[in-house]
Design a protein around this ligand. Sequence first.
Ligand SMILES: Cc1cc2nc3c(=O)[nH]c(=O)nc-3n(C[C@H](O)[C@H](O)[C@H](O)COP(=O)(O)OP(=O)(O)OC[C@H]3O[C@@H](n4cnc5c(N)ncnc54)[C@H](O)[C@@H]3O)c2cc1C
Length: 460
Amino acid sequence: MPNPASPAVTIVGGGLVGALLACLLAQRGFAVEVFERRRDPRVAGYAGGRSINLALAERGLHGLRLAGLGEEVMRLAVMMRGRMVHHRDGHCELLRYGRDDSQVIWSLSRGRLNIALIDAAERAGARFRFEQRLHDARFADEVTLQLVDEASGATHTHQTPFVLGCDGAGSSLRAAMNRAQALGERIEELGHGYKELEIPSRGAADAATAFAIEANALHIWPRGNYMCIALPNAEGHFTVTLFLPNQGAPSFAQVNNAGAARALFERDFADLLPMLPEFDADFSGNPVGTLATLYLDHWHLDRRALLLGDAAHAIVPFHGQGMNCGFEDAVELAELFAAHDEDSAWIFAEFERRRRPNAAAIAAMALENYVEMRDSVADPGFLLRRELGRVLADRHPDRFVPRYWMVTFSRMPYAQAFARGAIQDALLHELADGHDRLDDIGLAKADARVRARLQPLTAA
Ligand SMILES: Cc1cc2nc3c(=O)[nH]c(=O)nc-3n(C[C@H](O)[C@H](O)[C@H](O)COP(=O)(O)OP(=O)(O)OC[C@H]3O[C@@H](n4cnc5c(N)ncnc54)[C@H](O)[C@@H]3O)c2cc1C
């Protein structure tokens, strides 16, 4: 239990980022109280509402290791070696993410991860108050949170010197801060939505044969302007997500019932459809999720309130980095709190200074990755540049690192990965455009350009 004299921290939102932050701060001796709108998932079952599973990469894993959860989480996760691309003609190919199995990502149940984090935070001394929804906040000398008890409907208030907002993309704290002082909020809709479907487990006793398709991959059916993906779950089933424009042909406006969806799948995802026995019920019953990027000019209200995770910078999911980025936020903030006696105004400003450029960079890369997943992975020019990039990475490991590797397998600041990635991409275009085969590209010229254009990583 925390020392009664420990500095108090109030967090709104006990989702992925709020629960990790609570754990890291409680471990550092802070008296942490978390107000969470939902019921306790350990009692009520996990009410996710979106994306049943998530891809975990090095940045997120680092935060979980600091919370002491590295091994526990790995036991719950399914390794994904690369993208298994399902082409229109039915043939499949695995595009490995990294060099070998030391460079992979992990598929993890959102609910199980959230529960593991809440348990760890409570073990460290944090106190969760479930079914407490933030309704509004007033910012005077102290912050007054107006909370609604979701079970009884009763309202009550909570006074705190400052509050940390981890209440997700639709953050109520952000809305209250924005009313007190404009945060410069801009929400850019992607114009595409998503719907979740399921490939069930074969029900085999043996985990290895339970999966209907290759277990250790993120499956993609790229179809130009739209796509399906499937991520494995530890129990042997896959969560399939259809990403489709909201308007046009095809779109969710047009494909708005199970019959129309079946016709789309018969035409474009013919090998996937037979694996979806509950297709009609899933399509009719599951909502269309919206996708948008949130930009804010300010993440904090002087010393009184700070936003982090999706509440500050929700992004589209195509790099599988939203949670990973939010976990980096939690690590950075916990370290700032632990290392500095300065008041919260300084800590919040410093946090925003360090994190905002990185959030902007991953937001841009996530948008770019949608085009790559739904379209480029089936484009010969893209595949040639990708192959060349991997050759250059072998020849110049200190200078040329594919952008996906920098984002996914390292903790290099996102902004740095974005900037280096742009130089590398221009270089790959210069060298590969006009060629069909790797053998036709002069590697001596490529080597000279890498040395001239890319600083060694240690000096960057
Ligand atoms: C389809 C999809 C797929 C994704 N895939 C990936 C992936 O593969 N990898 C990855 O890294 N990221 C992925 N993401 C992003 C990831 O889901 C988010 O970045 C992550 O959930 C952010 O965590 P958070 O704690 O900031 O917000 P949330 O997870 O949204 O948690 C917010 C919490 O606050 C609570 N809350 C909300 N309002 C209130 C209130 N008024 N009062 C009290 N509590 C409140 C909520 O109940 C919730 O528990 C994906 C997102 C989507 C939509």
